[in-house]
Ligand binder design. Sequence first.
Ligand code: ZN
Ligand code: ZN
Length: 114
Amino acid sequence: MMSESGALGCRLSRCDRISPMQEAENVVCQRCGEAYARAMIQLRTVMALKKTPASERAAQLVELEGITPDAALAWLKHEMHKTCEMRLAHCPVCGGELTTWQAKWCRHCELDWH
Ligand SMILES: [Zn+2]
Ligand SMILES: [Zn+2]
């Protein structure tokens, strides 16, 4: 027969491992093209973050949302602060800069290659 503490320990460690990822969804950033696990942040957390200095927001996210520090930093970088580097793409015809790296039309010559 399995001991009570053993069964409980097993449940707890499995819970620990899964919970940070439950809210995360793998996405590709529209700005920089980097893939990251996007955490679903509650609106009330976003409101609280707005009153917090930028340098303390990652720690606050970890505390309020129970996500990993990596997920908190990725969310701030790609979603809130938008400090990730904009990936550039250019029109195949006129060479003009596109609005996003995924854009399939050119605002300069109005070419559309969907
Ligand atoms: Zn990004
Ligand atoms: Zn063009």
